[in-house]
Write a protein that binds this ligand. Structure first.
Ligand code: ADE
Length: 251
């Protein structure tokens, strides 16, 4: 999968992409990431890319020409999905990540300052993504988040494909608690079931912990899982209602 990222601050992205899963995926040829410094397409001696807003007001707005020129210089851009990172975009969820992971070529535009000229949204971007309901100083941290979340979904990017498999099995639920050695630490033992060697019982315990944790911490996610066909079995439902001492409709 190919990523082209247009940014005023390429140095913000280099470090994060040079470590861990993303860097390994690049080394293996699973992902290709190219950074494009927007200044290159700025005008005048100062390579200006922004100007004051028409109609007045504080702050600066990113001008359309440098962004259009940068995008139009990128090979294959016409077939790529161009995504503007902005707090006004659709909220990034695992479902959106999986949707974007199926796109062979993404072109990410990192906004800055007070905003981006509206014509960029209307005529250059195909999509707008927000990584959460808060305002960052620019789209760069959002691009790092988005690339990381997508790359780990690409086949071969994780050490063992089983890790992904297990994650997807949780189907919109939070992960169950994990433990490793030592079996007792500062007097805190791990749950006995994990030492039992009964694979099937361990699976059931994990599944139930996932359900319980999701019900307590993220009832919104549990409601979505309950509404999606086959995600939560009747047995799961009965167990959860007993454990919570409440009907799931009342969550
Ligand atoms: N740029 C500024 N804030 C942002 C956010 N929350 N998501 C994506 N891009 C942004």
């Amino acid at each position: 999968m190919r990523f082209d990222i247009v940014t005023l601050f390429p140095e913000m992205l280099r470090g994060p992409f040079a470590a861990s899963i993303v860097s390994r995926a690049v080394d293996r040829g699973i992902a290709e990431i190219e950074l494009h410094d927007l200044r290159q397409w700025g005008h005048g001696k100062h390579r200006k890319v922004d100007d004051a807003p028409f109609g007045g007001g504080a702050g600066m707005v990113m001008q359309p020409e440098p962004l259009f020129a940068a995008v139009e210089s990128i090979p294959g851009q016409a077939e790529a999905r161009t995504v503007l990172l902005t707090p006004q975009g659709r909220l990034l969820t695992q479902a959106v990540v999986d949707e974007l992971a199926a796109v062979p070529h993404l072109l990410l535009l990192c906004g800055h300052y007070e905003g981006v000229d509206e014509r960029v949204r209307e005529h250059l971007a195909d999509d707008e993504i927000s990584i959460g309901d808060y305002v960052l100083s620019g789209g760069e941290p959002a691009a790092i988040v988005l690339v990381d979340a997508i790359v780990r979904r690409l086949p071969g990017a994780l050490g063992s494909e089983a890790s992904l498999d297990e994650e997807s099995h949780t189907g919109g639920l939070l992960e169950y608690p994990q433990y490793t050695r030592p079996a007792e630490y500062r007097g805190w033992p791990i749950p006995d079931i994990l030492l039992s060697g009964h694979h099937k019982d361990v699976q059931t315990w994990r599944r139930r912990q996932s359900l319980l944790r999701t019900a307590r911490r993220r009832p919104d996610l549990l409601r979505a899982a309950l509404a999606s066909d086959g995600a939560v079995s009747d047995a799961d439902r009965r167990w959860l209602e007993e454990e919570l001492e409440t009907k799931l409709e009342e969550l």
